[in-house]
Design a protein around this ligand. Structure first.
Ligand code: 5GP
Length: 152
């Protein structure tokens, strides 16, 4: 893991995704393996907005371990395929932000997987909170789609 210089803070294990990974706060889980967890974004920019989160601690892409990054893309592909199927999406937007200037607000590496439909703009980043029952139903749909999604 690369060290940050003094003017960039390091990893803080009290961030919200670290708490989710430790089971201290709940999430609407889609899938989990030894290396990653995928769960619903509570403030979705479109229905089905899912977050892929490596279990290994890193602040973002800039300090992440290369081995984690090598596994992250195939895992993200699998989730993206299931998200596309679950929401009959025309496309999928993948986003990943680094540091506040790069748009990052939660400082544990994660990738956004957002189903897209022709002509439908994304909602605002960190807009409104979605209802728990909607997130639960959307997670169910993606879980069902994963059963028929080939592994990379
Ligand atoms: P970032 O801006 O860091 O790339 O994205 C952080 C994302 O985490 C945002 O899209 C935001 O909606 C989402 N988020 C913030 N707090 C929580 C939370 O407590 N649970 C879940 N599931 N998502 C969260």
């Amino acid at each position: 893991m690369t060290e940050f210089s003094d003017d960039i803070p390091g990893y803080d294990d009290e961030n919200i995704f670290a708490k989710i990974l430790r089971g201290e706060i709940p999430c609407h889980k889609v899938y989990e393996n030894d290396d990653f967890i995928a769960f619903m974004d509570v403030m979705p920019q479109a229905a089905g907005h899912t977050l892929v989160v490596p279990k290994a601690p890193s602040r973002n892409l800039l300090d992440a371990d290369a081995e984690v990054l090598a596994k992250l893309m195939p895992f993200t592909q699998r989730i993206a395929r299931a998200v596309r199927t679950a929401f009959s999406a025309d496309g999928v937007t993948i986003m990943q932000f680094n540091e506040p200037a790069g748009g990052q607000t939660v400082f544990h590496l994660h990738v956004h997987v957002i189903p897209r439909h022709e002509g439908m703009p994304l909602k605002r980043h960190e807009g409104g909170m979605e209802k728990g029952e909607v997130l639960m139903a959307n997670a169910d749909k993606i879980r069902a789609a994963l059963k028929t999604t080939p592994k990379s």
